[in-house]
Design a binder for this molecule. Structure first.
Ligand code: ZN
Ligand code: ZN
Ligand code: ZN
Length: 560
């Protein structure tokens, strides 16, 4: 009797909660009072996902005084700032970064283990977005032969397309092909990337379409990128850039034809020697021409024109090229961020006008961070080490020859992983586990290497914290190597100029995560958030199914 009553009470409760989710509120029959109904989803007209390639979290704070009110500051002051946001896997590279933001999981699941990797089946190196079964559209070169076929799970962009029965559009844009192809997911209406050289055009792949839409050919024909063929000067007087090192220093790369790495960089003069339009990629102007094209896409595709949410995925690649060339402490990188802030401000005010303030939702993050230039740190007495990656293979081959009598055991060394020939190991009648462990022991003795893990360890254990957890999240059973090694922090493995990334260390994992616009609370948190949480948060906001391999959790503080 009692339980029957309870059951019918629960039933009534369910009926009330489940009723009419579209109505924001309903009237109670009894006394006409208004009971607010809990919204089941937020439907912005447009979702904008922004990835700033190689953006460290501290670029927000370091250059804060130079930013305008309506760029980064608008996102932070009106939106939500996750101050302690991290990549939870390694290698921290561009392909895996973009895939992880949009799939809400890590390379262990989505399979994009790096930009390029040694493919164990074909025995060749493959590119994360490369696909020879498609052809270039808008170009006669091979630059358009791309597709997301190596990404094994769906993206938040796919889920929105599926949820709306393909009525919501997805458009993805970046100078780098992988910065557009992976965020666009498997179902993008269009993904576009920039072909430099003499063309200076936005192109795509036949995976998406057989010819460029009119708005793209119009944009290309108008040669609007040509206006950036001008000297790169600082946006503000260079003596106000006190947050970076002297312009002329030994830690920066040079454009071909330059004698010092200093402003102004005379692009018209340097043009031919540096690959024509390619020179813009490593300058602040690359982000401006990306913004121009993103704005053209909003118009050309009528994004956000109706109540079915569309998705515009934009990745700013030039921050990464500039970081690699000049380093995180350079005046060039500082200027690139000051100018990106202006581009963001221009972009947001366009969206305000076209879609309406408060009618769109934006998130902004990065695909990885970057380390300070090791040579600079060394001069400042910060502990660094130097590693000779070329000598490694010879040394290891000597070791395997001595131990196993053959030099054929090691097939490839890439992305700080060693790939072994499993067939030869089987023929020699030795165990793969033993070879992995012996080689791992050998490498542990190398100076600049701090940690070594084997594939066998990854198969046998379920790590929940620390470096092994980070390595395991990046370890894909079918695609990753037999041995994974990690360098000491700030190890120099490349030329002495510029910054890089790829490690599991905190300077490569700590990235901004900002949310802003419809359905987003105002505030901030210092609680740890992780990259796979972004797609989960957006799925919860939009009320769509989580991406198929999702492992992240919605960040509850962010959602209104
Ligand atoms: Zn990147
Ligand atoms: Zn400089
Ligand atoms: Zn990079």
């Amino acid at each position: 009797m009692y339980s029957k009553l309870l059951k019918s009470f629960i039933l009534i409760f369910i009926v009330v909660i489940g009723a009419n989710p579209a109505n924001a509120q309903r009237k109670s029959k009894k006394n006409n009072e208004v009971i607010p109904e809990i919204a089941t989803k937020t439907t912005p007209k447009l979702v904008v996902g922004i990835v700033v390639d190689q953006m460290r979290y501290d670029y927000l704070t370091r250059f804060w005084n130079h930013y305008q009110d309506d760029g980064f500051k608008r996102m932070i002051n009106d939106g939500f700032n996750c101050k302690n946001n991290h990549y939870n896997y390694a290698p921290t590279n561009t392909g895996p970064g973009h895939a992880s933001v949009y799939t809400g999981t890590t390379p262990a699941t989505h399979g994009i283990i790096s930009n390029d990797w040694y493919d164990k089946i074909s025995g060749e190196s493959v590119y994360c977005a490369g696909d020879d079964s498609y052809s270039s559209v808008g170009s006669t070169s091979d630059a358009g032969k791309m597709s997301p076929h190596r990404m094994l799970t769906t993206t938040i962009t796919d889920q929105l397309r599926l949820h709306t029965q393909m009525r919501g559009k997805t458009i993805a844009i970046a100078i780098k092909d992988r910065g557009a192809v992976l965020p666009g997911g498997h179902t993008a209406n269009g993904a576009y990337w920039f072909e430099g050289n003499t063309a200076g055009n936005w192109i795509t792949s036949s995976y998406y379409m057989n010819e460029l839409p009119k708005w793209v050919t119009d944009f290309n024909n108008a040669k609007s990128v040509a206006k950036y063929k001008k000297p790169w000067v600082t946006a503000k007087p260079i003596n106000t850039y006190v947050e970076s090192v002297m312009d002329n220093n030994a830690y920066e790369g040079l454009y071909k034809g330059e004698t010092t790495p200093t402003f102004p960089h005379d692009f018209p003069k340097l043009w031919e020697a540096n690959g024509g339009y390619d020179i813009l990629k490593s300058s602040a102007y690359g982000n401006s021409l990306t913004t121009d094209f993103a704005i053209a896409a909003v118009d050309g595709e009528n994004l956000g024109a109706d109540d079915i949410p569309d998705f515009l995925a934009v990745s700013f690649s030039s921050t990464d090229y500039a970081g690699h060339k000049f380093g995180v402490d350079s005046k060039e990188v500082q200027d690139t961020y000051i100018r990106l802030d202006k581009d963001l401000s221009r972009f947001f005010s366009t969206l305000d006008k076209k879609i309406g303030e408060g009618e769109y939702t934006v998130f902004l993050t990065a695909d990885h961070g970057a380390n300070p230039v090791p040579a600079y740190l060394k001069d400042k007495k910060v502990l660094t080490s130097i590693f000779d990656s070329k000598g490694m293979k010879e040394k290891l081959n000597e070791y395997v020859k001595f131990t196993y009598g053959t030099t054929d055991l090691i097939k490839d060394i890439s992305n700080n992983q060693i790939f072994l020939d499993h067939d030869i190991i089987k023929n020699l009648d030795i165990k793969i586990k033993d070879v992995q462990e012996n080689l791992a022991d050998e490498i542990r003795g190398y100076n600049a290497i701090s940690n070594v893990y084997t594939g066998y360890q990854m198969w046998q254990n379920d790590y929940t914290r620390g470096l092994p957890h980070v390595v395991q999240n990046g370890y894909n059973e079918k695609r990753s190597g037999d041995i994974m090694y990690i360098f000491n922090t700030n190890t120099m493995t490349y030329s002495s100029t510029g910054s890089s990334h790829g490690s599991p260390h905190i300077y490569d994992t700590h990235t901004p995560l900002l949310f802003f616009g419809k359905g987003i609370k105002n505030g901030s948190t210092v609680a740890r958030t992780e990259i796979p949480d972004i797609a989960a948060t957006m799925a919860a906001l939009l009320g769509v199914a989580f991406p198929s391999g999702g492992t992240g959790e919605p960040i509850i503080e962010v959602l209104d």
